[in-house]
Design a protein around this ligand. Structure first.
Ligand code: URA
Length: 211
């Protein structure tokens, strides 16, 4: 979606030269590009380190995220932090965590296409400014909205495998189960841990490469 040339608030956000400028402008913007703005408490831009090489993308803020204005701070986020910490990965230091939509969908429903479309320029800008080496897509909603031609797929087949995309040169992708799914079905936890170990092995390998 293209924002109106005369919408100076949106232009200021999208013209930001640094991640810090972008974040501040978006968080303060009182954006009303979609109906999610009517019920939100905070615009949730992210959590973590924008200088990290790993970008994790979830679906949208839940209740705790909406109240605190930070991504993945509820039960799902705590599980993600714990699983990563067990592998020696600190989500706040070693990654930036963002969402496809920045405002909470009521009742935690999946975001609608028009809401994802309205937020898409912000997601694109985040990826451009962060320039990650690895993108972890947390769950099916992140996969289908970031990789546009992924309309039919099975998470059982997609989760845990690396892939690359011509529209994101130099970026390695991995799809993971969403941590909220693991909370609902803990039998999938060992599989997710296996996937995370694969990711961690790759992350370690790029961190030991001479830069
Ligand atoms: N689930 C998400 O997809 N994102 C959050 O920020 C929290 C829960």
């Amino acid at each position: 979606m293209q924002f109106d040339l005369f919408d100076s608030t949106q232009n200021k956000i999208l013209d930001a030269k640094t991640y810090g400028e972008f974040k501040e402008a978006l968080a303060r913007s009182n954006c009303t590009q979609c109906a999610l703005s009517e019920s939100r408490s905070h615009i949730v831009v992210d959590r973590g380190n924008p200088s990290a090489k790993v970008l994790m993308i979830g679906e949208g803020p839940g209740e705790n995220e909406d109240l605190q204005g930070k991504a993945f701070v509820g039960r799902a986020g705590q599980l993600l932090d714990e699983l990563m910490k067990n592998l020696g990965f600190d989500t706040n230091r070693d990654s930036l965590i963002i969402n496809v939509v920045k405002c909470r969908p009521p009742e935690n429903r999946s975001p609608k296409q028009e809401e994802v479309g309205a937020c898409a320029p912000f997601l694109k800008k985040q990826i451009e400014l962060v320039r990650p080496k690895i993108i972890l897509l947390l769950g099916a909603v992140a996969l289908k909205h970031v990789i546009k031609d992924k309309t039919e797929f099975s998470m059982g087949e997609e989760a845990g495998t690396f892939f690359e995309r011509p529209e994101f040169p130099g970026v390695k992708f991995m799809v993971l189960y969403h941590p909220a799914f693991i909370l609902r079905d803990p039998r999938k936890k060992p599989v997710m841990i296996e996937h995370l170990k694969r990711f961690k092995a790759y992350w370690d390998s790029i961190n030991t490469e001479p830069s």
